[in-house]
Design a protein around this ligand. Structure first.
Ligand code: ZN
Length: 176
């Protein structure tokens, strides 16, 4: 397994719309293994394939607690088939592609998710709590949406400017 470099704002690839996966090939299985390795190393609780530069509708999450151990979930071609429209959850979100920036985002508290698992089987689960929040955050990535898009324009522009400036600084000081 390989730890892959994670794309950081304002990398334009983070705005791509990822393509569905037709069949689970060895290439996809390797990608998923590398994504888990990369996510655990970061460390993070969710990672979408586009964050490592692969525009495929694949994401991994693990919201397992330290006490209960790891709880890895691989989600391919996710589709939210239902979301609670009368119950919302606010969570202080962060993103491995927007390091060291955290802000509260409100999303539906419960969702029903249809997806393909690593065996190519279609599955449906209901999620609430942190898992529901995390899945919605990662699914946004597959559509080129970042959690800062859920914030006010003022906050979004402020964080965008900060990361554009940081990228320019690296460009000037480092290699081409
Ligand atoms: Zn993210």
């Amino acid at each position: 397994m390989t730890i892959l470099p994670i794309l950081v704002l304002p990398d334009p690839r983070l705005r791509l719309i990822s393509e569905p996966v037709a069949t689970v090939t060895d290439e996809i299985r390797t990608l998923v293994a590398d994504m888990f390795e990369t996510m655990y190393d970061a460390p993070g609780i969710g990672l979408a394939a586009i964050q490592v530069g692969v525009a495929k509708r694949v994401l991994v999450v693990d919201v397992g607690s330290r006490e209960e151990g790891r709880d890895p979930l691989t989600v391919i071609n996710p589709e939210i088939v239902w979301a609670s429209d009368d119950a919302f959850r606010v969570h202080q979100e962060g993103c491995l592609s927007i390091p060291e920036y955290y802000e509260e985002v409100e999303r539906p508290a419960r969702i029903r998710l249809r997806y393909m698992d690593l065996e190519g089987e279609t599955r449906e689960i209901e999620a609430d709590g942190l898992l529901a929040t995390c899945l919605q955050h990662e699914i946004d990535h597959l559509n080129g949406v970042l959690f800062i898009d859920h914030l006010s324009r003022l906050k979004r522009e402020r964080v965008n400017r900060k990361f554009v400036k940081a990228a320019r600084a690296v460009g000037r000081g480092g290699e081409a």
